[in-house]
Design a protein around this ligand. Structure first.
Ligand code: ZN
Length: 676
C-alpha cells in the first residue's frame, strides 16, 4: 500500500447489492432503526441520531482502540481465517506446499513458550552486524540489509509506478526513520502529545536497558536528539499532498551530490535498486539533513539507533518482555489497555507475509460469482451517475469536461479477488522462530518488488488481499479495487438488505467514494492513462481550488478531541471523496424502483434510509487516545465527521429530516460545498 496509503485508502463497508425489493427477515430487527438514538434530533447531531443507540449499548473491548462495523466484519473474517489455519495444521501437508507454509507460520507464531525462551537471540546475526560497524560505509551497508528485511531506519523506500510515466516502474525514496508516528509528535506541546513523547522515551530507555544497563540513559538521550533533528527536516502531513513537490527525479549520481555522506552506489547495489539509473526522491531536504547527520553524529549513536529500530520493528514477534515494553508505549497512542489475543497478532503478521495464499482459500469458500456480478453492476450505475453530473456542471469548461469523461470511462474496476495469484514457492517457512519467518517473508517481498524494476508494469496486480476490509483508488492505473472482504455484513444476508440501505452503505461510501478519488485534489492531477499530467484549463483549475477551499474551511472548524482540530488541508481528498460518493450514490439510488415506490420500512422513508445507510458505514466508537492519534496522522477525518461533514452540503438531507435554519446541522447556501 505504501504508495497508495497517502492518497487512496478508504475504509468502507459492505454489502453486495440486492436489486429486488427488500426481503427483510421477520425475526430480525431493522438494522437502521435498531441503531437510532431518538433522544437526539438529526438536525442537532446526525451521526449521534443515526448511530447513538448502538454506541450507548456498546463497550469498546480492552484490547481495542475503537469498535465499529469494520471491527465486526473483521472479527467474522478473522474467525474464518483462524479455521483455515487450524485445518492446515491438522492436514500435515507436504513440505513446500502452500498448506505447509500456512500451517508452519501459524505454529511458529502460536509457540509462545519457545518465543519467550529465545528472548532476543533470533536477532543475534542482526546485532552482530551492527556491532561490527566501524565506518559510515558499513553503516549504510547494514541499513541496506535491514531494508531488504523491512526493518526501518534512516529513510523509507519502495518500488512503484513512475507518476509521470505510469508504464514504467521506479524506485522511490522518502522521508522516514522516526520512532514516533510522525514529525508533529516531536514538537507539539499539548498535554497528550507531551505524555506520548514521555512514554516513547521510557520505551527507548527500557529497550536499551535490555541490551546494556549502564549506557541506557545516555543512549536514550542521544538517539532521541538524533530523531528530533530528522523530524525537524520532515514535511508535515498536508505538505505531502502535492504530487509535484513530492516528485524529484534524479540520477543516483545527482543524489550522491546532494547527500554525499550516504554511499548511494553501495546502497543501490545491495538493495538491487541499481537495476534503474534514477531514483524519485520525495523530500530532498530530508536526505540533506540525514547526510549531514551521518557525518556529524557519532557512529555509536547510529548503532544504538539501528538496534532500537530493529527491536521496535520486531517487537510483536518477540518474547513477552520485549512485546510488553512496546505495548506500554503503544497504549498512549491507541488507548487499548490490554494486548490483542496472540492468535489475532499472528494472523495480522501472516496477512503481511502470505496474505494472498490465505485469500485464495478464503474466496473459494466465502465469495460467490453472484456477489461479484452484483457489485460490478453498481459500479456501472455510479459511473453513469458521475457522467451525468459532470455534464451538468456549470463551473467547468467543455474542453475539460471532455477529458473528465475520458478519464471516467477508462477507470478499471477490480472486484473480489485477482485473476492470477502470487507464487510463494520460493519462500521458506518453517515452524520457528516466528521472527525469522517474518524476516524471510519480508525479504521475499523485497525481491518481488525490486524485480519489477526495468520490466513492464503488471496492471492486473492487486495490492490488497481479497479478505481485506477496505478498498482503494490507484491513480497510476486509474483503477478502483474492491476486495471481497468489503462485501461481508455481520449478522445479515445480502437479500435482507434493502436498496436504500445498500446505496448509502456500499454505493456511496465505497464505490462512489473511490471513483471520486480519481477527481479529488490529488487524483484530478493524473490523466486517463495514470500519468501526472495537467489536463485542466487554468480557469477550471482555479474554480476547483476555490470550491475545495470551502471543504477545507468546513473541516478545519471541527474539533473532535482535546484542543485538536481536523486538518482540513490534509484531509481534503478524503472529504471530497466522501461528499462525491454520497452525491453519486444518491443519484444512482433515485433511479431504482425502491426509491420511486417510496415505501416506508420500519417507519423510515427511502431517503431517510439512504442517509442512515451511509451513516451505518461509519458506525464507530473510539477511545480518546486513538481519536487524537487519528487526527494527527490520518488523511481521513474521524467517523463522526465523515458523516456530519458531507451531509450538510446535500439539499436532500435537509428534505429527508426536515432540517431548518436554527438547527445545529444547518448551513446557509453560501457556505455549502459544491464541487462534483
Ligand atoms: Zn478514500
Amino acid at each position: 500500500m505504501k504508495k497508495l496509503a497517502f492518497c487512496a485508502i478508504s475504509c468502507c463497508m459492505l454489502a453486495a447489492c440486492n436489486n429486488a425489493a427488500s426481503h427483510k427477515a421477520a425475526d430480525k430487527p431493522d438494522i437502521l432503526a435498531a441503531d437510532l438514538d431518538t433522544t437526539v434530533s438529526p438536525g442537532e447531531d446526525f451521526f449521534q441520531y443515526a448511530n447513538g443507540g448502538w454506541i450507548k449499548r456498546t463497550t469498546i473491548p480492552a484490547a481495542e482502540s475503537g469498535w465499529g462495523i469494520g471491527n465486526m466484519v473483521e472479527e467474522d473474517i478473522q474467525l474464518r481465517l483462524k479455521k483455515i489455519n487450524e485445518d492446515a495444521v491438522k492436514e500435515k501437508a507436504a513440505d513446500g506446499s502452500t498448506t505447509q507454509k500456512i500451517a508452519d507460520f501459524w505454529k511458529s507464531g502460536m509457540d509462545s513458550a519457545n518465543i519467550d525462551k529465545a528472548k532476543l537471540s533470533p536477532l543475534k546475526p542482526d546485532f552482530d552486524a551492527i556491532d561490527a560497524i566501524t565506518n559510515t560505509d558499513q553503516l549504510i551497508a547494514v541499513v541496506a540489509s535491514f531494508h531488504r528485511k523491512s526493518i526501518g531506519g534512516f529513510f523509507g523506500d519502495y518500488v512503484g509506478q513512475d507518476d509521470k510515466q505510469s508504464d514504467k516502474m521506479a524506485f522511490f525514496i522518502s522521508q522516514g526513520g522516526l520512532g514516533l508516528p510522525n514529525r508533529d509528535y516531536y514538537f507539539n506541546t499539548d498535554e497528550r502529545t507531551v505524555k506520548i513523547k514521555a512514554a516513547y522515551k521510557d520505551y527507548m530507555n527500557k529497550t536499551f536497558r535490555q541490551l546494556d544497563t549502564a549506557s541506557a540513559a545516555k543512549n536514550t538521550e542521544a538517539v532521541l536528539n538524533l530523531e528530533t533533528k530528522l523530524a525537524k527536516s520532515s514535511r508535515k502531513l498536508a505538505d505531502l499532498r502535492d504530487p509535484y513537490k513530492n516528485y524529484n527525479k534524479m540520477s543516483w549520481t545527482e543524489l550522491a551530490k546532494k547527500a554525499p555522506n550516504v554511499n548511494w552506489t553501495e546502497y543501490a547495489k545491495l538493495t538491487g535498486a541499481n537495476k534503474v539509473d534514477s531514483v524519485i526522491v520525495g523530500q530532498p531536504e530530508f536526505l540533506v539533513t540525514l547526510s549531514n547527520e551521518v557525518k556529524a553524529t557519532p557512529i555509536d549513536t547510529w548503532k544504538s539507533y539501528l538496534k532500537l529500530r530493529l527491536i521496535q520493528s520486531s517487537a510483536s514477534e518477540l518474547d513477552q518482555t520485549t512485546f510488553n515494553n512496546y505495548f506500554e508505549y503503544r497504549k498512549t497512542l491507541t488507548g487499548a489497555t490490554e494486548p490483542r489475543p496472540r492468535w489475532k497478532r499472528v494472523l495480522s503478521s501472516e496477512e503481511d507475509a502470505i496474505g494472498e495464499a490465505l485469500g485464495q482459500l478464503f474466496v473459494k469458500e466465502y465469495f460467490s460469482e453472484t456477489a461479484k456480478k452484483r457489485y460490478n453492476d453498481i459500479v456501472e450505475n455510479i459511473r453513469a451517475a458521475y457522467k451525468e453530473r459532470i455534464a451538468k456542471l456549470s463551473w467547468m469548461s467543455d474542453s475539460t469536461k471532455q477529458k473528465a469523461f475520458e478519464k471516467l470511462a477508462k477507470i478499471t474496476k477490480k472486484v473480489g479477488y485477482p485473476d492470477k495469484w502470487k507464487d510463494f514457492s520460493s519462500l521458506k517457512i518453517d515452524d520457528g522462530p516466528w521472527i525469522l519467518n517474518v524476516q524471510r517473508a519480508n525479504e521475499w517481498w523485497h525481491n518481488y518488488e525490486i524485480n519489477k524494476l526495468g520490466k513492464p508494469v503488471d496492471r492486473t496486480e492487486w495490492t490488497m488481499t481479497p479478505q481485506t476490509y477496505n478498498a482503494y483508488y490507484n491513480p497510476s492505473n486509474n483503477e478502483i479495487v474492491m476486495p471481497a472482504g468489503i462485501f461481508a455484513v455481520p449478522g445479515y444476508k445480502d437479500d435482507e438488505l434493502d436498496d436504500a440501505l445498500v446505496y448509502g452503505y456500499a454505493a456511496a461510501s465505497t464505490i462512489g467514494h473511490e471513483i471520486t478519488h480519481g477527481f479529488d485534489d490529488q487524483g484530478r492531477q493524473y490523466d486517463d492513462a495514470g500519468n501526472l499530467k495537467n489536463w485542466w484549463t487554468k480557469k477550471d483549475e482555479d474554480e476547483f481550488s476555490k470550491r475545495a477551499s470551502f471543504i477545507i474551511k468546513q473541516f478545519n472548524e471541527f474539533n473532535p478531541v482535546d484542543t485538536l482540530h481536523i486538518n482540513g488541508d490534509a484531509t481534503q481528498g478524503e472529504n471530497i471523496a466522501d461528499l462525491g460518493g454520497m452525491l453519486l450514490g444518491l443519484d444512482a439510488f433515485k433511479k431504482t424502483d425502491a426509491f420511486k415506490k417510496n415505501d416506508k420500512i420500519a417507519g423510515l422513508t427511502q431517503l431517510q434510509r439512504y442517509f442512515l445507510g451511509y451513516a451505518l458505514g461509519w458506525l464507530y466508537t473510539v477511545k480518546k487516545e486513538r481519536l487524537a492519534n487519528l487526527v494527527m496522522t490520518d488523511v481521513h477525518s474521524p467517523a463522526k465527521e465523515r458523516v456530519n461533514g458531507p451531509v450538510v452540503n446535500i439539499p436532500e438531507f435537509y428534505e429527508a429530516f426536515g432540517i431548518k435554519k436554527g438547527d445545529k446541522m444547518y448551513r446557509a447556501d453560501s457556505l455549502r460545498v459544491n464541487i462534483w
